[in-house]
Design a protein around this ligand. Structure first.
Ligand code: NAP
Length: 429
């Protein structure tokens, strides 16, 4: 029986974990199989998190928060919560790999998910020129013309970051004024590589196997035109990730969890919520951290009010993770992959890719589980562009599945463990 299970792992979840762990509650954090660390894992520089004079990289900030929570005894589980039962005194949380946790209290911090454009071609072209992560995939669009869709801070940030690689960035925004903060909008306006297509929406992503152009529709006149580009990055906001909570805790019409402000208490005793899952107004890393802290204090207060016999503490501590994957380079790819006696999974990643970090523990686990039957190797695309480019990679993480010197399958993006394991099973039959 756990005292506290935290479901979700952005700034809210990890801050709640730091506070709950320091209070001796040994929290379990169900961090997500591919979303561990939350949205900051796909951002670049965070300039406004207090305490960092020169800014901090989003993934570095989240790594530090996670490590801080682990230092005090939080256990991080890199899996998704797939079923929750939060109504009774004992709450249950089931994960994708079939583990079930029972807990006296639960803190919900599942954050928000990227909004999609809602176009039919979106699934087909995702990872083939269509991306939601400039920090992961911008690298593959050197000297290319690309577009960013959106008019908020995220779109400004992505467009500015992408000017490092692209020859030209066109921001496609549906109105004639940005929603973004003044400082970000001014930086964009001052950048000679950035143009803005005002009053424009994406009517179609054009391209069979990869994005070749956007069909833009003028939101005032209805006129349409083609914008030839090689890549498009979507940054049109987020929606709360509350699908699992429907019918359990009270939500508002847009799916945000309702709490009893100024506390983080939901309508269910012992269930608290924090971060972007609750907050439709501020949505900053620091406000998410603040409410995560409040949720841990609220949970602590709730547990202190339970009869002593129910407060038996389970002091599980986090284990030390050993890497079982092998590193390959452009120079060793031939010998380690193409001439391997057993099938090989190649993880093409880079240090600046948050989702790559998120799936690293899954690949480590699988390398151990399939030891001797399949080899899992990692290739840093930044340091070894030749192999990545030869494999037509335009989005990372990309997993290549090799047998007998041939690539027989590809999996683009971060996916949960059962999906990767399923691909490996197909590879080794
Ligand atoms: P956001 O502020 O909600 O902006 C979303 C943008 O996408 C808006 O311009 C919106 O247009 C547009 N949009 C929404 N749905 C669309 C659709 N279906 N088709 C086309 N366009 C659509 O989201 P965000 O930029 O992700 O920012 C979220 C929060 O994080 C904000 O509070 C922001 O300040 C914060 N943030 C801060 C920083 C920073 O400080 N450096 C960086 C990133 C994010 P309309 O304007 O017409 O509604």
């Amino acid at each position: 029986m756990q005292q506290v299970v935290i479901v979700g792992s952005g700034p809210a979840g990890y801050t709640a974990a730091v506070y709950a762990a320091r209070a001796g509650l040994s929290p379990v954090v169900v961090a997500g199989s591919v979303t561990a660390g939350g949205s900051l894992m796909t951002t670049t520089e965070v300039e406004n998190f207090p305490g960092f004079t020169d800014g901090v990289q989003g993934p570095d900030l989240m790594d530090a928060m996670r490590a801080q929570a682990e230092r005090f005894g939080a256990r991080i589980v890199y899996d998704d919560a797939t079923r929750l039962d939060l109504a009774g005194e004992v709450k249950t949380i089931e994960t994708g790999s079939g583990e079930t946790f029972e807990a006296r209290s639960v803190i919900l911090t599942t954050g928000s998910a990227y909004r999609k454009l809602g176009l039919a071609e979106e699934a087909r072209l995702s990872g083939h020129g269509l991306s939601w992560c400039a920090t992961c995939d911008g690298f593959f669009f050197r000297e290319k013309e690309i577009a960013v869709v959106g008019g908020g801070d995220s779109a400004m940030e992505e467009a500015l970051f992408l000017t490092r690689f692209a020859s030209k960035v066109t921001i496609v925004h549906r109105r004639d004024d940005f929603r973004a903060s003044k400082i970000m909008a001014e930086r964009v306006r001052a950048d000679p590589k950035i143009e803005v297509a005002w009053n424009s929406e994406v009517a179609e992503l054009v391209g069979e196997n990869a994005v070749e152009a956007l069909r833009l529709r003028d939101t005032v006149t209805g006129d349409e035109r083609a914008l030839p580009i090689s890549g498009v990055f979507v940054a049109i906001g987020h929606d709360p990730r509350s699908e699992l909570l429907t019918g359990q805790v009270d939500l508002d019409d847009d799916g945000y969890v309702l709490v009893d402000h100024p506390s983080t208490a939901t309508n269910l005793p012992g269930v608290f919520a924090a971060g972007d899952l609750v907050d439709r107004r501020y949505r900053q890393a620091i406000t998410a951290s603040g409410t995560g802290c409040a949720a841990a204090l609220d949970a602590q207060h709730f547990l202190a009010g339970l009869p002593a016999c129910r407060r038996d503490r389970d002091r599980t501590s986090g284990g030390v993770r050993m890497s079982a994957t092998i590193t390959v380079t452009d120079a060793t790819f031939e010998a380690e992959v193409l001439q391997s006696d057993i099938p090989v999974v190649v993880d093409i990643w880079a240090t600046w890719c948050g989702p790559c970090k998120a799936i690293a523990p899954i690949l480590d686990d699988l390398a151990g589980e399939y030891d001797g039957r399949v080899k899992i190797v990692k290739l840093d695309a930044d340091a070894n562009p030749q192999t990545a480019m030869a494999a037509d990679v335009t989005s990372i993480p990309t997993l290549g599945f090799y047998r007998g010197g041939e690539r027989v399958d590809v999996l683009i993006g971060a996916h949960p463990k059962p999906i990767i394991a399923g691909k490996i099973d197909e590879l080794i039959v």
